[in-house]
Design a protein around this ligand. Sequence first.
Ligand code: GFB
Length: 324
Amino acid sequence: MRSAEYSLAGKRIWVAGHRGLVGSALVRALEREDCTTLTVGRSEVDLRERSQVDRWMRENRPHAIFLAAAKVGGILANDSRPAEFLYENLQIQNNVIDSARKHEVEKLVFLGSSCIYPRMAEQPIKEESLLTGPLEPTNQWYAIAKIAGIKMCQAYRRQYGCDYISVMPTNLYGPNDNFDLQGSHVVPALIRKVHAAKESNAESFELWGTGSPLRDLLYVDDAADGMIFLLKKYSGDEIVNLGSAAEITIVGLAEKIAEVAGYKGRIRFDRSKPDGTPRKIVDVSRLAAMGWEAKVPLEEGLRRAYDWYVQNYANARLDRASGA
Ligand code: GFB
């Protein structure tokens, strides 16, 4: 494992995808660093368009980039919009990575996902499991795009000497998540459903699938902290997992969210919806050996995410919060 010291002092760091769950957490975390954070909105630069990316890069000259911009979504969005997940992610990452080389960006952190690993990978999933077996069908399109991004970084390091690294975060949650019930991941979906059930005194809320899959959930501020740690400390072509080192069943997660919300009703199972990967916990020993570990316990993270939802979303959009 190659270590390196990359100082952020005086640097311009571009967070591509700054409005999203991870990008917004990176922006918050970078406020504590001695650097300038660059962001640009979608209406100004469409990252799927190479000429727009090049123009922005030429005019703003970032020293380093967090490539957090991506077409993302939960199990149903991935399963039902495969073309968008494959095409848009390939476009965004190809444009940003190659434009970064052209504009001599010093360092780039590419964000992958734990879904790049084989569906039946040995658990906890080690980085070496990549490309050792078939992918989970519900999100293979997104996974293939992310695997291409990893290979882009490795190829650019090998051929051009670019210091581009790839981090594989586990399932993330927190402020600025997507709470749209058809497109979201499990934590924001359950926060919204439980809150709506509580507000309307409903006797139950709905959970997709069997509730038995196991997931490794990391609070997004921890994830951003880990990514900045890697930007500063790591240089190498091996991918690095970023996870919580813990796992929980989906039904256990639903119970915890109900507890945080103070909701006492029942869980209703919609078994027509897919379970996806049966178990997905990443092995974090590579990152731990570098000296980093997650800090926010699940209960604390869920409490923060729930409070954020109630303050920023549910109260502002009461008309849409009816998903129980
Ligand atoms: O978070 P999630 O959508 O993504 O679903 P994946 C996790 C588990 O929660 C699945 C169950 O077993 C779902 O069936 N679940 C229960 C629900 N109720 C709900 C609900 O109301 N909404 C949602 N969304 N799930 C994603 C990939 O897979 O993992 C992405 O699709 C990404 O590409 C991400 O890689 C890390 O963990 O199954």
